[in-house]
Each structure stands twice: as C-alpha cells, then as structure tokens.
Design a protein around this ligand. Structure first.
Ligand SMILES: Cc1ncc(COP(=O)(O)O)c(C=O)c1O
Length: 391
C-alpha cells in the first residue's frame, strides 16, 4: 500500500520503545520503576468519577455541539475569572478531545503550506509533528538553561524570517517543567502580534505551576494577550488523561472557523466526559486538585534533592508540571545510552532528550515525578547505584 509522505515523515515517540522494553522486563517478573510517564497517578477527582456514574444511564449519549456543551464552556470561562482574573466570554471557549485535538484544530485553522512556525527546542514533540502534518515549516529554536529551556523574545527575533507566521510556547514546558517568566511571555506575544503572527500558548500545565509569594496562581497568557490561541486540558491538573477532554480559548474571529473544522474532524468531544467534567469546577474538586499540586511540589523536592545527592545536575529546577530535565553528560554516556542502561541494569524507565528536539537531546534526560513518593525514592536509590558503578 502506498503510504502518504506526510505519514511517513512523522517521527515515532522514542519513549514508546523504552515502554515496550519496560513491559518486557515486567513480564519477566522484574519491578520496573516507571519515571517515564507524562500522566498523573491520581486519576480524576472523586466527584467527577461519581458524576460520570450518574451521567451514564441517565440520558442518551447523543452528539454534543461541536464547540462543546454550553454549560461546560461557561464553567471553563468562569474558572478563568475565578482563578486567573481573566474575564472571558464563554463563546470563545472551544471544548476538544484533549489538548491534542485543540492543537490539530489550531494547525488546521492557522497554517498554510510553507508557513514557518517557531518552536523552542526542547519541547513537546507532537506540536511540531502536528504543525508539519498541515504543511508548516517548523524551525526549532535552540533554548538552553539561560532562557529556562524556553523561547525568549531575543531568540525569536533572531530566528524570524519573512515566512514566519506563528510561534508556539508551552509554559510550564514538557520536558523541563520550567515556565516562561510573565514579562518574557508578554514580550514574546507582543513581538508576534506586532508582526501579525499568531501565538499559540499551551497552558496544559499552568494550573500545576507554583503560586507566587502572595499565594496567587500564575496568570494565563490571556491576561496580557486576549487574542492569543490558548490550549488547555483536563488531562493534567484534573488528572483525566484517558477521558480525552480539553479546550482552547481563541479570538472571536476563529470561533466559527473552529466550529466548521470541529464538525468535520470530530463532530464533538466525548459527551459523557463533558457532563462529568462539570464536577471539576466545584470547590470540592478544586480542593482535591490543589492538594495534588502540593503533593507534586513535595515529590519534586524529593527528586531534586535525590538527583543532587547522586551527582546528576538539574540545570534549571522546574516550577511546575511534573518533569525534571537533568544533565547526564558527566556520566560519559549519551542520554540515549543512559536511559537504555538505566532500564536494563537498574530497571528504572526514563525518557531520553531525543524525544524533545536536538539541541540538548544527547545530554539530557526527562524524569517524570508523576509516580508515588515510594517509587520515586526507590528510583533514586537505583539510579544512585547505577551512576556510582559508571564512575
Ligand atoms: C505540552 C503538552 N501539550 C499537549 C499534550 C496533550 O495532552 P492531552 O491531549 O492529553 O490533553 C501534552 C501531553 O502530554 C503535553 O505535554
């Protein structure tokens, strides 16, 4: 069968190869410490699971509106008001099958063949794969420790060409858990807007980011730039990865465009998941999610301390999400070799930098602390012995 060039050019998730190897080790009876997964281990808040049980069987699960259930769009808009101080018209909220579907809609709505898109390196790999599938020429802009592994206005300016049509930022980032400082994010958005380019800000980890000294949550990019294309999800803060539910907030002019695209691509996001997700925004569920955020903070401290003790430097400590991006160059191994050997010799699963770009790919490894404190401690002990044996 003839496979499209587009499909052939999509790179695999290298982490999957490690996943297969980890599964094979487990099948042989080994206990593998999995610090490679990008999903919280908590699951949905209990009220959401309860709501799902009630919803199923109580009504026919017909298609919802392509833009999402009106009551869920209102609830999401209300969340921006309560938590982020952004007064948002619910009409600008589009409910999607995870942030992933929002990214597909963004690419379909914004990209023509040959348009150049600037994305930081390292970054979430699907961003560039989706953009390229729609014909974009993606330029990976090297982003090192000095800019918190994130795009900054100076580098974007220097990489800008006459074909640049948009920039993509995820803050906090996967794989580094580091955020773009608010003033820098404002400068990035201003720069793109002044050049008539779109700016897509992926805020899927925003609500898992640290609060400031006054206890205020970080602000959405919408607070500075109401016309940014902002992507978010129920997957991470609400722990609902498998429910396949997310959303985007888009400029008014894009709403009918996304409606047409969503009608054709997806018809709608999961109807039962949308009804159940209404229970995310109750005080009870938000309190559960805040406790989980605090737990991630404790786990992060444990991991940072552990990695420092075994001599694996973290160039920029994360301030959100549940990832640590550490440097293995001192071990004499590439990140790929490090991950391969850590898995086969110490039975610890990690993700090599290669999944996230090229710039720091060979020297850095992503560790996910979305695992229990007990597993994290065990993982650090095993990595400590493994690293000591290398020296
Ligand atoms: C930065 C980022 N954006 C988007 C996604 C997609 O998330 P979902 O489709 O589950 O909402 C992920 C998943 O890990 C991610 O890390």
């Amino acid at each position: 069968m003839r496979i499209s060039r587009r499909a052939q050019s999509v790179a695999p998730f290298y982490a999957m190869e490690f996943g297969k190897h980890a599964a094979a080790l487990e099948a042989e009876g080994h206990h593998v410490v999995k610090l490679s997964l990008g999903e919280p281990d908590f699951g949905a808040p209990p009220a959401v699971t309860r709501a799902m049980r009630e919803v199923v069987g109580s009504r026919p699960m017909s298609y919802a509106a392509a833009l999402g259930l009106p009551e869920l769009r209102r609830a999401i808009a209300g969340f921006y008001g309560d938590r982020h101080g952004v007064d948002l018209d619910p009409a600008r909220v589009v409910v999607t099958a995870g942030a992933s579907a929002a990214l597909v809609l963004a690419a379909a709505a914004l990209v023509d063949a040959g348009d150049e898109v600037l994305i930081g390196d390292p970054s979430y790999p699907c961003n560039r794969q989706i953009m390229e599938s729609f014909g974009a020429e993606v330029t990976l802009v090297p982003a090192g420790a000095a800019s918190r592994f994130q795009l900054d206005a100076a580098s974007v300016r220097s990489y800008w060409t006459r074909n640049t049509r948009g920039i993509m930022v995820a803050t906090p980032s996967n794989p580094t858990g580091t955020s773009v400082p608010p003033t820098e994010l404002a400068a990035l958005c201003d720069l793109a807007r002044e050049r008539d380019a779109w700016r897509l800000v992926d805020e899927i980890y925003l609500d898992l980011a640290d609060h400031d000294e006054q206890g205020r949550p970080p602000r959405s990019a919408l607070a500075h730039d109401p016309d940014a294309f902002v992507v978010n999800s129920f997957s991470k803060y609400f722990g609902m990865t498998g429910w396949r539910l997310g959303w985007c907030v888009v400029p008014e002019v894009l709403v009918p465009v996304l409606e047409r695209l969503a009608q054709n691509y997806f018809l709608c996001a999961s109807t039962p998941a949308q009804y159940a997700a209404l229970a995310c925004f109750t005080p009870e569920s938000l309190a559960v999610c805040e406790e989980r955020r605090a737990e991630f903070g404790r786990r992060r401290a444990l991991v940072l301390e552990g990695l420092a003790a075994i001599g694996l430097p973290v160039p920029v400590p994360p301030d959100g999400a549940f990832y640590v991006y550490f440097d293995v160059s001192g071990t004499g191994l590439t990140s790929w070799e490090f991950c391969e050997r850590a898995l086969s010799e110490a039975h610890v699963a990690l993700t090599p930098g290669r999944d996230f770009g090229v710039h720091t790919a060979e020297t850095h490894v992503r560790l996910s602390y979305a695992a229990s404190a007990k597993e994290l401690r065990e993982g650090i002990v095993r990595l400590g012995k493994f690293v000591a044996n290398l020296r």
